[in-house]
Design a protein around this ligand. Structure first.
Ligand code: MUC
Ligand code: MG
Length: 366
């Protein structure tokens, strides 16, 4: 069960079309594959997606911090010592996706070692999640056409619409066009990625008030402390803290300060161990949870499914699991399939997926 080696392999897979949102744009999955090897010959894997516009990490930075700082700190530990791993990695500030990928690769190796799926080790609540699809910035007609394709091809009926542009009319037109097209057959919510001020957010939400939105996410920055509290206090839908609430302390501050009333859990930035803490805290605070997407590939998406399906609170709402559909290829031997608007937990041990060595050889950058 002892960890003997930690690999950090940069790879790049292009997207068919870039995903655009208020804080940035992603045109290729330039991720880092983390592999944790044990003395028994077991290998656990997870992927770290660098998101410089959200967490400050870069692909080269993730490789460097894993190889030079994290790998030496955890080599020799047993897979079961995940809290020791967390404490050691915690000595370094930041680097959330690098730390999360190490944590999930360890859980994957642990599951494979004991012969059980990670989702069962975490809680085993259900075997599937509903899928919510994220619609990036475009003209209203193109965003409606993409939603139509998702409904027709994959049976997806929940959409998170990226907003936060100026003038706000651009985004209002999109959400209105979606509601007009689909009526009440779809669920809609909006994510501003901190693009608006509190007053712009309030004006936009007033103009969207008749469209029966589920949630509003991160419309303005958490650093607009009083403005955001004022906004959240006036909304009649839950306000999801996403990038502003990663750690338990962030979540506590945002929720008790009145600046958020729900959270997004992303395994890509809190792994399984940190996501458990966020989940339990959300239960204690009595707030809703949405399983979010860090623009993950299929390996990252399989991690979100494993965690989301493990608990009642994280499987209640459709989870954001479909960004991988825009990638031109992926690393798994057996690709994920969205059917009837759902993705199923992989039945195998660990996270339940295998990396295709030929695909890795083709896309690796080192
Ligand atoms: C999301 O929910 O915000 C875009 C930026 C980021 O950090 O995550 C994505 C999706
Ligand atoms: Mg978000």
């Amino acid at each position: 069960m002892k960890i003997t080696r930690v690999e950090a392999i940069p790879f790049a897979i292009p997207y068919r079309k870039p995903l655009k949102f208020a804080s940035g744009e992603v045109a290729a999955a330039e991720h880092v594959l983390i592999r944790v090897h044990t003395e028994d010959g077991v290998v656990g894997a997870a992927e770290a997606p660098p998101r410089p516009f959200t967490y400050g990490e870069t692909q080269a930075g993730i490789v460097a911090v894993v190889e030079s700082v994290f790998a030496p700190q955890i080599t020799g530990l047993r897979l079961a010592e995940r809290e020791v791993v967390r404490a050691r990695l915690g000595r370094t500030v930041g680097n959330p996706t690098a730390k999360a990928a190490i944590d999930m690769a360890i859980w994957d190796a642990f599951g494979k070692t004991v012969g059980l799926p990670v989702t069962d080790l975490l809680g085993g609540y259900t075997d599937r999640l509903g899928v919510s699809h994220m619609l990036g910035f475009d003209e209203p007609a193109k965003m409606v056409a993409e939603a139509e394709r998702m409904v027709a091809t994959y049976g997806i009926r929940t959409f998170k619409v990226k907003v936060g542009r100026r003038p706000i009319d651009l985004d209002i037109a999109v959400v209105r066009a979606l509601r007009e097209e689909f009526g009440d057959t779809v669920e809609l919510y909006v994510d501003g990625n901190r693009g608006w001020t509190p007053s712009e957010s309030m004006r936009a939400m007033r103009r969207l008030a008749d469209l029966d939105l589920l949630f509003a996410e991160e419309l303005c920055p958490a650093d607009d402390v009083l403005g955001r509290r004022w906004l959240v206090g006036h909304l009649d839908v839950p306000f999801i803290a996403d990038e502003s609430a990663v750690t338990p302390a962030d979540i506590t501050r945002e929720v008790l300060g009145g600046s958020a009333t729900a959270i997004s859990i992303k395994t890509a930035r809190t792994g399984f161990t940190g996501s458990q803490r966020a989940h339990h805290l959300a239960e204690g605070l009595g707030i809703e949870v949405v399983m979010g997407n860090q623009i993950d590939g299929q390996l990252g998406t399989a991690c979100t499914i494993a965690f989301g399906a493990a608990h009642q609170r994280t499987s209640h709402r459709a989870a954001e699991l479909s960004n991988f559909l825009d990638m031109t290829d992926d690393l798994l031997t057996d690709p994920l399939q969205i059917r009837d608007g759902e993705l199923r937990v992989r039945p195998g041990a660990g996270i339940g997926v295998e990396i295709d060595p030929d695909k890795l050889a083709r896309y690796r950058q080192d």
